[in-house]
Design a protein around this ligand. Sequence first.
Ligand code: PDD
Length: 277
Amino acid sequence: MSIVYLNGEYLPLEEARISVLDRGFLFADGVYEVFPSYNSKPFRLNEHLSRLDNSLAGIYMSNPLSKQEWAAIFAEVIARNAGRHQSLYLQLTRGISPRDHLFSDDIKPTVFVMSKPLEAKTSNAGIAAITREDPRWKHCDLKTIALLPGVMLRHEARTQGATEAILYREGRLTEGAASNVFVISDGVVRTPPRSRAILPGVTRDLVVELLRGDKVECREEEIDIRALDSADEIWITSSTWEIVPVISLNDRVVGSGEPGPLYRQANALYQDIKENY
Ligand code: PDD
């Protein structure tokens, strides 16, 4: 049985309860993080906690816990759950109060952490994706729990026989419904730059760092959506999916129709870090 952390207590998932007046439930008034723990150690924890601070500041909340307190909670949740590699989820909402758009400053945030075993990666063979105009708001750099656009986009992808929706705004690539995107042409790897239009993905940053360390040209720059049509490879990245090759886009084959050589290089670098972590 899965053990979760809720507001200071460790308890079975089935026993974790929150009020219907929680602002997360009523307004999606909260933020979250997802990160893997490899060999029972949270991966890139500082990066995830820095992004959490940025998301909290962006919605006018402060972090109720120190880095040490967060680390202690994660260590306990990891120890109490099964799996050498786990996927950790943390959510912070503004807390419980009578329903009113305007929040008062003295409410206590709701703090929740859960974990599930990280499944072995099955996507090395590649996935199909679709493209869609990005329907989201102008603060996509904040990891908020308001995920309805992502939910709808993933559903649309599935109805087209695909796994992910790759998004664009004013003709330029932004990111996936729940991933960052990379476009590879002529041996050069490109990904859209950090901005409010995308979530600064921790996996994205690591992939850029690993490739540059391996002497691959890797650019963070605006990418015209038309670049997808002539790409040799397309990848998406996220903490739980790692690096995934997109081998079909809008029912058209990408590159050779198979995971490409730069994907294999990037994935090998990533797997090496993971296994030795
Ligand atoms: N989502 N962009 C969006 C919109 C995301 O939701 C995610 C991850 C990413 C990738 O970020 P990272 O590499 O830090 O995981 C990019 C998580 C996995 C989720 O919502 O479950």
